[in-house]
Ligand binder design. Structure first.
Ligand code: GLP
Length: 259
């Protein structure tokens, strides 16, 4: 593993790693440390291509006895509307396959919004209440969309937003169509935790890898804070960490990059 450089940028701790693999391992270590300090942590978890390697490292750490999820509770950020949990492209299936079924977490301590609920508004209110009943999220893992979305909070989402039904942006549908047989199968709506829900987490860790994310990362860290760039609200959080690989950090005016 190369040397990681941490630098404070506009209120966010930015860790730049040599490779996507290093960044994923660093992120897994942050989560493992959280569980080490507080075994019954409440973790907020994310889907997408980005966290896959982090989950592989967590599975490795769990199987080698370095970390246990036995007393943890997890809340996922979002779920597609219209997919039942057993649909192969549902985020519930994703989490079961890529993390939950490979670690020692009891499945009834894992929560993912139900995209097939008959009462969406009530379900969203219940999801918020459940997070609060568990004492709030200790560590929230995030990715970032090419348009700066976090979870499914698309541009236009305000900082007070809670868990709710949202329409997906056209470019999000296009990006996510790679997981479906055809673009027409990609759901157009989702349930997502809101920006306010995410910002209530005690620690936030956003992982971004690859050159495709560098524009969004730059706008998040250096652009205006506002709904046009949902990830920029992390700069108003007291304990936000952004983990990048060199490609996602390319072109950032970091002090360490100048040396
Ligand atoms: C999805 C998820 C987000 C994720 C983003 C980036 O739309 N709702 O939580 O961060 O896409 O995905 P990827 O990591 O595949 O680039």
């Amino acid at each position: 593993m190369g040397v990681n450089v941490t630098e404070a940028v506009n209120g966010i701790s930015v860790i730049v790693c040599d490779s996507a693999d290093d960044a994923s391992k660093t992120t897994a270590e942050l989560i493992a440390n959280q569980l080490g300090q507080k075994p019954n942590s409440v973790l907020g978890l994310a889907t997408g291509g980005t966290p896959l390697k982090t989950y592989q490292y967590l599975i490795e750490f769990n199987q080698s006895g370095r970390v246990s999820f036995r007393d943890a509770t997890t809340f996922n950020l979002d779920e597609y509307i219209g997919l039942t949990g057993d649909h192969p492209q549902s985020y519930r299936s994703f989490m079961n396959e890529h993390l939950f079924s490979n670690v020692d977490i009891p499945i009834d301590q894992t929560y993912v919004p139900d995209g097939s609920t008959s009462n969406i508004d009530q379900h969203c209110r219940d999801y918020e209440a459940l997070i609060t009943d568990h004492g709030g999220i200790d560590l929230q893992l995030l990715g970032i969309g090419h348009n700066g979305h976090i979870a499914f909070n698309e541009p236009g989402s305000d900082s007070q937003s809670a868990t709710r039904l949202v329409d997906l942006a056209a470019n999000t549908i296009e990006q996510n169509s790679r997981f479906f047989d055809s673009p027409s199968e990609v759901p157009r709506q989702a349930i997502t935790m809101g920006i306010a829900t995410i910002l209530k987490a005690k620690t936030i860790v956003l992982l971004a890898t690859g050159s495709g994310k560098s524009d969004a990362v730059r706008a998040m860290l250096y652009g205006d804070i506002g709904p046009q760039m949902p990830a920029s609200f992390l700069r108003e959080h007291p304990n936000a960490i952004v983990v990048l690989d060199a490609a996602a950090a390319e072109g950032l005016p970091l002090n360490s990059a100048a040396s």
